[in-house]
Structure formats: C-alpha cells, structure tokens
Design a binder for this molecule. Structure first.
Ligand code: PEP
Ligand code: MG
Length: 324
C-alpha cells in the first residue's frame, strides 16, 4: 500500500462526480514543508508557530520569526501558507514565569495571551507581514471568541502596516486574514465575523472540548470527548453554512479531518477543503477519489437525523468499510 499511496501524490483529490477537495497540511516545524510536498499537499492550511517558543530560553525576535516563515514559504514553492499566530497557554506552556491557572483551558491562552503581550504579538505579525511578499501567505488568529478580539488583532495588524509603509518595507496589502473557529461563541456569531475576515478554519480539537465541556487531555473524561457528538456536528454544519453564505473560504483543520472515518461525512456536510497532518493526506485523498459527493451528502443528511454519537460513528465506519 505504501507504494500505491505514494503514487497518489500527483493525482488530484477529485470525487467520482467531479468535486475537487483541497487537501492541505498541518505543520509545526519549518522542515516539514518537505513532507507536505512529498505527500502532495496543496499548501499549508495550518502552520502552528508555537515551536518557536517551546524549548527556548529567550523570546524569539522578529527576525527569528521572519527567517522560519521565509523558509517555509520558499520551500512550499508558491502554494498557500496559513500562518496561525501564537496559540500558547493551556497545554502549550512557555517559560516558567506564568501564574498557574485553575482552569487553563478557560484561561489566558492563545489570542487572549497575544492580545495581552502585544510586544510579542507585534513582533510576530510584523514578521508575517514581511514574509507576505515572498509568496501566498495568510494570517489566522486562534481561539477567537468575540468580535472585539478579532478587531483588536486586526487593529494591531493595520498599525503595523502603517509602520511598514512609513519605513518603506514591502508587504502584501491584500494579506488574507482569517480566524480559527474553535469556540461555540464564534460559530453562533459567525455571520458577523464573516463580514470582517477572508476565511475560517474549523478547529475541531478545541471545538469539541468547548462544546461538550470536556478537557481534551483528561483521560477521566476521554469517553465524553466525541467528534461525532450531534451537537458538535451541528456546530460544524452551522460554520460551513455561514461561510458559504458569506462566500468566504472554509477549511477544517482539526484532527478529525485527517481521520478517514470522517472524510465522507465532512464532504457530505459541504466541506471542500481539509488541512491534515501530512502523513494522512494520501489516505484521505484515496477516499475522496472513490466517493461521490452526492452519496456523501446523503450520508450527511442521514447523520443529521441521528442523535447518538456512537451510532453515528458506527454508521461512518460501516460506510468506510463498504468503500474498499
Ligand atoms: C484545533 O483546535 O482543532 C486545532 C487545530 O488547534 P490545536 O490542535 O493546535 O489546538
Ligand atoms: Mg485549537
């Protein structure tokens, strides 16, 4: 199968009824661009930038950020790169001068932390802006829960653009700005968000945790953490529909997207872009090439009528088995 999957690299992810599915890659390290190309990724749909901080004694400089972004953009040979701004806090702790929180996943993490440490945030955004002239770079803010957070982040970005203008430093004036949809509040308010952004990416890892109030890393409640929970599926559907209605791009970048069990359902729910761990691309592509979007839609309609997560999962497994 290894050889067969490898030969898939240059084939498009098109369903039997002609729907193209864009398969992008999630990466954490700049050297992973090679793996993306090797597996045939259409770009980097989620570049987790936290590694610049983790395991470091000192804060990365603007130049540190810029160098790694430039490398990824260069290595990806012109395909899109979605750089997600820092998602530190909670499970991604940096340094030892942080105050312990009693509920870190509900605490000062991700965009909240960036908006608190604006010097750090500015360095990263400036580096992203500078890298934006080197290729198809996009910026994405994680864990956005309110419009206010988005507006604050965009304000910083436009201030930095002005600075760069004054300094005669080039950047992409049409830099696409997006948010990760991983908090139910952002799904509920998505019709407003979509007026102020160019794309969304659904982060199911956190969306499941916040929808079901289940810590994604706590083994005691692991059984409650379920991608197939009907509440989660409804929120994903709402997000997809909102994005389509507003005519902005929507990708799903949670781990669910790289699990073949969900591929048909996600296509059926209207998703046409997935960002997955590079090694999962061939397998997901193989499924895309063997299903019809219409059949997937029928499956999604059937799932919509179900209310038991385990039964939903069983049905999805059965459909996957029947495929091969
Ligand atoms: C997610 O929450 O689905 C996601 C992709 O972000 P991370 O796993 O980095 O929190
Ligand atoms: Mg997340």
């Amino acid at each position: 199968t290894k050889i067969r999957l490898r030969s898939l690299r240059d084939l498009p992810a098109v369903t039997t009824d002609g729907e193209t599915i864009t398969l992008m890659a999630n990466i954490e390290f700049p050297h992973e661009a090679d793996a993306c190309l090797e597996r045939g990724a259409s770009g980097v749909g989620l570049y987790r930038t936290e590694f610049l901080y983790l395991g470091q004694d000192s804060e990365p400089t603007e130049e540190d950020h810029y160098q790694v972004y430039a490398k990824v953009v260069h290595d990806m040979q012109g395909s899109p790169i979605v750089i997600r701004t820092l998602d530190l806090g909670a499970d991604k702790i940096y340094g030892d001068n942080h105050t312990p929180e009693s509920n870190p996943f509900l605490g000062l993490r991700s965009i909240r932390l960036s908006l608190r440490n604006t010097d750090q945030f500015r360095r990263q955004l400036r580096a992203i802006l500078r890298a934006s002239v080197l290729g198809d770079v996009r910026v994405m803010f994680p864990l956005v829960s309110t419009l206010h957070e988005l507006r604050q982040a965009k304000m910083l970005l436009s201030d930095l653009m002005e600075d760069l203008d004054e300094q005669g430093i080039d950047y992409d004036r049409n830099l696409k700005v997006g948010i990760m949809v991983e908090v139910p509040a952002s799904v509920v308010m998505l019709d407003r968000f979509t007026k102020e952004i160019d794309f969304i990416s659904i982060g199911t890892n956190d969306l499941v945790q916040y929808t079901l109030a289940v810590d994604r890393n706590n083994p005691d409640v692991a059984a409650l953490y379920n991608n197939c929970d009907p509440a989660v599926l409804r929120l994903i559907q709402m997000a997809v529909d909102s994005a389509k209605k507003a005519n902005i791009e929507v990708t799903l970048c949670g781990q669910m997207g790289g699990n073949p069990v969900y591929t048909m359902l996600l296509i059926g729910m209207g998703l046409r872009s997935l960002s997955v761990t590079p090694s999962a691309i061939p397998e997901v592509k193989e499924i895309c090439r063997n299903v019809s979007a219409e059949k997937c839609r029928e499956l999604a309609v059937r799932v919509r009528d179900m209310d038991n997560a385990w039964e939903i999962k069983r049905l999805l497994r059965e459909h996957l088995r029947q495929l091969f």
